[in-house]
Design a binder for this molecule. Structure first.
Ligand code: FAD
Length: 452
């Protein structure tokens, strides 16, 4: 059955230069950079806080800002500004890369562990300082295009339905919701990486080998393979558990509903295993759950250029590069426990809880390997609309490349570039595919990004 919605007048909430949809770290950085370039900017976020997976999803780790050899800094910009601010709040743990005790290279590159609650407040503060108009608890629901031109977006909030008019739009919803509604072609990658409900608990660190305890009882409690955990910044008795794995689609209401409920069930199941078999005499106490399922992978837009696994593995450099990255390709296995990481030097590391990691080589061992790879501007540019960029998780990348670019220190850079590009397009009255990318890179560098 279908209902027909009656025609109605929609009040215009605001008219701005740049409208950013989605306030994950990518969207926040896009908004701040556009505003710092002098554009009037409004950001729309469906949740009650900014930061996306990094806050609502409790994903509390950023990787190294250095190249593969830890010789050259390749990432700075807003990621580094945020890290410095978190450090000032004692909300950051910096893990040096050269401790001899490391069991894996992944431990060496997981450099920054932060307090996601503090990141929420830093996002608020930095958006405010940049003069961005913030709309929380506001959901993008439909585009408003006239004669093939995107003029406005419709949003829903406690105010009801309203429109935001803008000269330029940035889709940072992670799932490319705006681009999808505009019928821009997408690929849904096969073997999507799972979603995760994050949890914060006490009592985990008291158990002698909690990972092994969990592994021994997965089947009994209907649990799939498990993800990672770490101790909370400045609270060694509190742990982050990012261990649940949910394989429901994050692209439908039904999938998200089942996913949220299943993720929480898994957290409780883990708690019960630990309480029953952990033998400490103390309960594992659940202090908090992520306010939203952490989503690793949704849609991938087909833009002007698809970044490929080969580009990543070969450390390809682009004249229109907007991001430098050294994070490996990571493969979250759906059919067996653990993750496999493909590093730039050809090393492959298979890691799973409770077992020594296994090293092999995905290409012949040699000293001649790239130290970093890049993301081109073209991978955030859709063909169909000239005043739109799609950054963050939904940018154009194949399944292998996505396994590498998907971490925040990489995607943050796509947000920063989208913000600067949008402001330049508005001030220069330029279309997204006509932008002078040398100028974009120059402005990115002026704003603190490392441009190589
Ligand atoms: C469990 C897990 C572990 C991970 N581990 C790491 C790690 O260790 N290190 C790392 O760097 N990365 C990690 N990642 C990946 C990383 O967190 C994400 O790829 C990254 O945060 C994506 O950022 P984003 O801003 O593009 O998207 P998101 O963080 O998903 O942000 C999108 C935002 O848009 C909002 N939104 C969506 N639709 C709408 C709409 N229609 N209207 C309004 N708002 C909307 C959402 O609420 C959200 O705030 C992990 C991810 C998960 C889930």
């Amino acid at each position: 059955m279908m209902l027909v919605e009656k025609e109605r007048k929609i009040p215009v909430l605001a008219s701005v230069d740049v409208c950013v949809l989605g306030g994950g770290t990518t969207g926040v950085m896009a908004a701040i950079r556009a505003a710092r370039m002098g554009a009037s900017v409004l950001i729309v976020e469906q949740q009650g806080n900014f930061g996306g997976n990094g806050t609502s999803g409790m994903v509390c780790a950023w990787h190294t800002l250095l190249d593969f050899d830890f010789d050259q800094k390749i990432i700075s910009g807003l990621s580094e500004e945020f890290l410095k601010r978190l450090d000032k709040r004692h909300a950051l743990r910096v893990v040096p890369h050269d401790r001899p005790s490391y069991k894996s290279r992944m431990e060496r590159i997981s450099t920054y562990i932060f307090n996601p609650q503090e990141l929420k407040i830093e996002c608020d503060e930095m958006l405010k300082e940049a003069g961005v108009v913030c709309c929380l608890h506001t959901m993008f629901c439909a585009p408003w295009a006239e004669d093939g031109e995107l003029k406005a977006v419709l949003v829903e909030s406690k105010n009801g339905r309203q429109a935001v008019r803008a000269d330029f739009f940035i889709d940072a919803t992670g799932d490319g919701d705006l681009a999808y509604r505009l019928d821009i072609p997408f690929r849904e990658r096969e073997g999507k990486q799972p979603s995760t409900t994050g949890a914060v608990v006490t009592g985990y660190e008291e158990i002698e080998n909690p990972r092994q305890v969990l592994l021994e009882h997965l089947e009994e409690y209907g649990l799939p393979i498990l993800g990672w955990d770490t101790t909370y910044v400045n609270s060694p008795k509190v742990s982050h558990l990012l261990k649940s794995n949910v394989f429901e689609s994050p692209l439908t209401m039904e999938g998200l509903t089942r996913g949220e409920i299943e993720g929480r069930r898994q957290v409780r199941a883990m708690q019960e295993i630990l309480n029953k078999y952990g033998n400490t005499g103390e309960d594992v106490v659940l202090l908090g759950l992520s306010s939203s399922l952490g989503i690793r992978e949704g849609r991938s837009m087909r833009g002007l250029y698809t970044l490929t696994g080969d580009d990543v593995c070969n450390g390809r450099k682009f004249p229109d590069a907007i991001a430098n990255c050294s994070y490996p390709i990571d493969i979250h296995h759906a059919d067996k426990p653990g993750c496999t990481f493909w590093y730039l030097n050809g090393m492959s590391e298979y890691e799973r809880d409770g077992y020594p990691h296994e090293i092999s080589w995905w290409k012949e061992k040699s000293d001649d390997y790239p130290r970093y790879y890049q993301i081109p501007y073209r991978s955030i540019v859709p063909r169909e609309y000239k005043n739109l960029l799609v950054c963050g998780r939904a940018m154009d990348a194949d399944v292998r490349a996505f396994g590498a670019i998907r971490v925040m220190i990489n995607l943050n850079q796509t947000g920063e570039a989208a913000g600067v590009a949008a402001a330049l397009c508005v001030s220069g009255k330029t279309e997204n595919d006509g932008l002078d990318t040398d100028l974009l890179r120059e402005k990115l560098a002026e704003g603190g990004s490392i441009v190589l």
